[in-house]
Ligand binder design. Structure first.
Ligand SMILES: *[C@@H]1O[C@H](CO)[C@@H](O)[C@H](O)[C@H]1NC(C)=O
Length: 225
Protein backbone atom coordinates (compact mmCIF):
# COMPACT_ATOMS: atom_id res chain seq x y z
CA UNK A 1 0.00 0.00 0.00
CA UNK A 2 2.73 2.42 0.99
CA UNK A 3 4.84 1.37 -1.98
CA UNK A 4 1.97 2.00 -4.41
CA UNK A 5 1.53 5.48 -3.00
CA UNK A 6 5.25 6.22 -3.22
CA UNK A 7 5.82 5.10 -6.80
CA UNK A 8 4.44 8.23 -8.49
CA UNK A 9 6.68 10.29 -6.24
CA UNK A 10 9.76 8.28 -7.20
CA UNK A 11 8.94 8.78 -10.90
CA UNK A 12 8.44 12.48 -10.38
CA UNK A 13 11.84 12.89 -8.75
CA UNK A 14 13.50 10.91 -11.57
CA UNK A 15 11.88 13.23 -14.11
CA UNK A 16 13.08 16.28 -12.23
CA UNK A 17 16.67 15.01 -12.23
CA UNK A 18 16.53 14.30 -15.98
CA UNK A 19 15.02 17.68 -16.85
CA UNK A 20 17.88 19.44 -15.05
CA UNK A 21 20.49 17.84 -17.37
CA UNK A 22 21.68 20.11 -20.22
CA UNK A 23 20.24 18.47 -23.34
CA UNK A 24 22.61 19.71 -26.03
CA UNK A 25 25.99 20.72 -24.61
CA UNK A 26 28.09 22.68 -27.11
CA UNK A 27 30.25 22.08 -28.95
CA UNK A 28 29.21 18.45 -29.38
CA UNK A 29 32.10 16.02 -29.76
CA UNK A 30 30.26 12.77 -29.27
CA UNK A 31 30.80 9.49 -31.17
CA UNK A 32 28.68 8.83 -34.28
CA UNK A 33 27.10 5.71 -32.78
CA UNK A 34 24.48 5.52 -30.07
CA UNK A 35 23.14 9.00 -30.69
CA UNK A 36 19.51 9.95 -30.21
CA UNK A 37 18.05 9.43 -33.73
CA UNK A 38 16.04 11.96 -35.73
CA UNK A 39 12.67 12.42 -34.09
CA UNK A 40 9.62 11.10 -35.97
CA UNK A 41 6.83 12.53 -33.83
CA UNK A 42 6.39 15.75 -35.80
CA UNK A 43 7.42 17.25 -39.18
CA UNK A 44 11.15 17.91 -39.50
CA UNK A 45 12.45 21.29 -38.51
CA UNK A 46 15.07 22.48 -41.05
CA UNK A 47 17.27 25.37 -39.93
CA UNK A 48 17.51 27.41 -43.11
CA UNK A 49 21.02 28.96 -43.22
CA UNK A 50 21.23 28.18 -39.50
CA UNK A 51 19.64 30.39 -36.89
CA UNK A 52 20.14 33.35 -39.20
CA UNK A 53 17.62 35.64 -37.53
CA UNK A 54 19.99 35.76 -34.57
CA UNK A 55 23.49 35.19 -35.97
CA UNK A 56 24.86 35.92 -39.51
CA UNK A 57 23.72 33.21 -41.91
CA UNK A 58 25.61 29.98 -42.60
CA UNK A 59 28.32 30.57 -39.99
CA UNK A 60 29.38 27.86 -37.55
CA UNK A 61 27.83 29.92 -34.75
CA UNK A 62 24.45 30.13 -36.52
CA UNK A 63 24.39 26.35 -37.11
CA UNK A 64 25.47 25.54 -33.55
CA UNK A 65 22.75 27.83 -32.26
CA UNK A 66 20.13 26.09 -34.45
CA UNK A 67 21.25 22.69 -33.12
CA UNK A 68 21.06 24.01 -29.57
CA UNK A 69 17.53 25.18 -30.34
CA UNK A 70 16.56 21.66 -31.45
CA UNK A 71 16.63 21.65 -35.25
CA UNK A 72 16.47 18.27 -37.05
CA UNK A 73 18.42 19.39 -40.15
CA UNK A 74 20.79 22.23 -40.96
CA UNK A 75 20.54 23.74 -44.44
CA UNK A 76 23.31 25.30 -46.51
CA UNK A 77 24.24 26.61 -49.96
CA UNK A 78 27.42 25.52 -51.73
CA UNK A 79 29.75 27.59 -53.91
CA UNK A 80 33.48 27.30 -54.63
CA UNK A 81 36.62 29.30 -53.89
CA UNK A 82 39.11 30.11 -56.67
CA UNK A 83 41.25 27.14 -55.60
CA UNK A 84 38.33 24.74 -55.83
CA UNK A 85 37.39 24.37 -52.16
CA UNK A 86 33.66 24.02 -51.59
CA UNK A 87 32.43 26.74 -49.30
CA UNK A 88 29.03 27.41 -47.89
CA UNK A 89 27.72 30.72 -49.05
CA UNK A 90 24.35 31.79 -50.38
CA UNK A 91 24.83 34.75 -52.73
CA UNK A 92 26.86 34.72 -55.90
CA UNK A 93 28.66 37.82 -54.58
CA UNK A 94 30.16 38.44 -51.14
CA UNK A 95 28.96 42.02 -50.81
CA UNK A 96 25.73 41.72 -48.83
CA UNK A 97 26.79 39.34 -46.06
CA UNK A 98 30.53 40.00 -45.56
CA UNK A 99 32.81 42.99 -44.90
CA UNK A 100 34.75 42.42 -48.17
CA UNK A 101 34.19 46.03 -49.31
CA UNK A 102 36.31 47.31 -46.40
CA UNK A 103 39.48 45.46 -47.57
CA UNK A 104 41.70 47.81 -49.62
CA UNK A 105 43.82 44.90 -50.84
CA UNK A 106 40.79 43.31 -52.46
CA UNK A 107 39.39 46.48 -54.08
CA UNK A 108 40.49 45.37 -57.57
CA UNK A 109 38.58 42.10 -57.26
CA UNK A 110 35.27 43.83 -57.84
CA UNK A 111 34.09 42.46 -61.18
CA UNK A 112 31.13 42.26 -63.47
CA UNK A 113 30.14 38.84 -64.80
CA UNK A 114 27.12 37.66 -66.67
CA UNK A 115 25.09 35.42 -64.38
CA UNK A 116 22.04 33.69 -65.82
CA UNK A 117 21.51 36.40 -68.42
CA UNK A 118 22.11 39.37 -66.08
CA UNK A 119 25.24 41.43 -65.51
CA UNK A 120 26.08 41.22 -61.81
CA UNK A 121 28.75 43.47 -60.25
CA UNK A 122 30.47 42.67 -56.96
CA UNK A 123 33.06 40.49 -55.27
CA UNK A 124 32.68 36.92 -56.48
CA UNK A 125 33.90 34.11 -54.17
CA UNK A 126 35.59 32.32 -57.10
CA UNK A 127 38.02 35.26 -57.48
CA UNK A 128 39.35 34.59 -53.93
CA UNK A 129 41.38 31.66 -52.60
CA UNK A 130 40.05 29.92 -49.51
CA UNK A 131 42.83 31.55 -47.48
CA UNK A 132 41.66 34.99 -48.63
CA UNK A 133 37.99 34.18 -48.03
CA UNK A 134 38.84 33.08 -44.48
CA UNK A 135 40.14 36.58 -43.68
CA UNK A 136 36.68 38.07 -44.32
CA UNK A 137 34.03 38.32 -41.62
CA UNK A 138 30.31 37.84 -42.04
CA UNK A 139 27.52 40.28 -41.28
CA UNK A 140 23.75 40.31 -41.18
CA UNK A 141 21.90 40.76 -44.46
CA UNK A 142 19.07 42.87 -43.04
CA UNK A 143 19.21 45.94 -40.80
CA UNK A 144 16.23 44.75 -38.71
CA UNK A 145 18.19 41.73 -37.47
CA UNK A 146 20.48 41.64 -34.44
CA UNK A 147 23.74 43.28 -35.59
CA UNK A 148 25.87 42.40 -32.55
CA UNK A 149 27.59 39.43 -34.24
CA UNK A 150 28.68 41.34 -37.35
CA UNK A 151 32.41 41.10 -38.04
CA UNK A 152 32.93 38.14 -35.70
CA UNK A 153 32.56 34.93 -37.71
CA UNK A 154 34.36 33.66 -40.83
CA UNK A 155 32.98 31.87 -43.87
CA UNK A 156 33.12 28.09 -43.38
CA UNK A 157 33.76 25.29 -45.87
CA UNK A 158 31.27 22.59 -46.85
CA UNK A 159 33.35 20.05 -44.90
CA UNK A 160 33.34 22.23 -41.79
CA UNK A 161 29.56 22.41 -42.16
CA UNK A 162 29.33 18.60 -42.30
CA UNK A 163 31.58 18.36 -39.22
CA UNK A 164 29.18 20.58 -37.27
CA UNK A 165 26.30 18.17 -38.00
CA UNK A 166 28.49 15.15 -37.20
CA UNK A 167 29.65 16.65 -33.91
CA UNK A 168 26.12 17.32 -32.71
CA UNK A 169 25.24 15.31 -29.60
CA UNK A 170 22.22 13.75 -31.39
CA UNK A 171 21.59 12.91 -35.06
CA UNK A 172 21.32 16.14 -37.06
CA UNK A 173 20.80 15.87 -40.82
CA UNK A 174 22.23 18.12 -43.51
CA UNK A 175 20.29 19.81 -46.30
CA UNK A 176 22.82 21.11 -48.84
CA UNK A 177 21.88 23.09 -51.92
CA UNK A 178 24.22 23.42 -54.92
CA UNK A 179 24.33 27.01 -56.16
CA UNK A 180 25.08 28.26 -59.68
CA UNK A 181 26.81 25.13 -61.11
CA UNK A 182 27.06 26.68 -64.60
CA UNK A 183 28.88 29.73 -63.26
CA UNK A 184 31.11 27.64 -60.95
CA UNK A 185 32.22 25.40 -63.81
CA UNK A 186 32.92 28.44 -66.00
CA UNK A 187 35.23 30.05 -63.44
CA UNK A 188 36.75 27.22 -61.40
CA UNK A 189 38.85 24.39 -62.83
CA UNK A 190 39.37 21.20 -60.82
CA UNK A 191 42.15 18.67 -61.48
CA UNK A 192 41.28 15.71 -63.68
CA UNK A 193 38.49 17.58 -65.46
CA UNK A 194 36.23 17.19 -62.44
CA UNK A 195 33.24 19.46 -62.22
CA UNK A 196 31.57 21.30 -59.35
CA UNK A 197 28.88 18.61 -59.07
CA UNK A 198 31.55 15.84 -58.88
CA UNK A 199 33.26 17.64 -55.99
CA UNK A 200 29.97 17.86 -54.08
CA UNK A 201 29.19 14.14 -54.55
CA UNK A 202 32.80 13.24 -53.70
CA UNK A 203 32.52 15.17 -50.41
CA UNK A 204 29.18 13.56 -49.53
CA UNK A 205 30.67 10.10 -50.20
CA UNK A 206 33.71 10.88 -48.05
CA UNK A 207 31.37 11.21 -45.07
CA UNK A 208 29.11 8.28 -46.01
CA UNK A 209 26.30 10.64 -46.91
CA UNK A 210 25.65 9.49 -50.49
CA UNK A 211 24.14 6.06 -49.76
CA UNK A 212 20.54 7.06 -50.34
CA UNK A 213 19.49 9.38 -53.16
CA UNK A 214 19.94 12.89 -51.78
CA UNK A 215 17.11 15.34 -51.90
CA UNK A 216 18.55 17.24 -54.85
CA UNK A 217 18.00 20.95 -55.02
CA UNK A 218 19.75 23.42 -57.22
CA UNK A 219 19.06 27.08 -57.60
CA UNK A 220 20.61 29.75 -59.73
CA UNK A 221 21.30 33.42 -59.18
CA UNK A 222 18.59 35.85 -58.26
CA UNK A 223 16.57 33.32 -56.33
CA UNK A 224 15.87 33.69 -52.64
CA UNK A 225 15.50 30.34 -50.97
C1 LIG B 1 26.97 42.81 -69.90
O1 LIG B 1 27.92 43.81 -70.10
C2 LIG B 1 28.68 43.65 -71.28
C3 LIG B 1 29.77 44.73 -71.30
O2 LIG B 1 29.22 46.00 -71.08
C4 LIG B 1 27.77 43.72 -72.48
O3 LIG B 1 28.50 43.51 -73.68
C5 LIG B 1 26.70 42.63 -72.35
O4 LIG B 1 25.76 42.75 -73.40
C6 LIG B 1 26.00 42.76 -71.02
N1 LIG B 1 25.07 41.63 -70.86
C7 LIG B 1 23.83 41.75 -70.45
C8 LIG B 1 23.05 40.49 -70.31
O5 LIG B 1 23.32 42.83 -70.19
Amino acid sequence: MILTKCLPLIWLSLLTVCAGRPLYPLPGKEPQTGKLPLQTSRPYNIAHRGSNGEIPEETAASYLRAIEEGTDFIETDILSSKDGVLIRFHDVILDETTNVATYKEFADRKKTYEVQGFNVTGFFPFDFTLKELKTLRTKQRYAFRDQQYNGKYPIITFEEFIAIARDAPRVVGIYPEIKNPVLMNQHVKWPGGKRFEDKVVETLKKYGLAKSPPNRRCYHANTRH
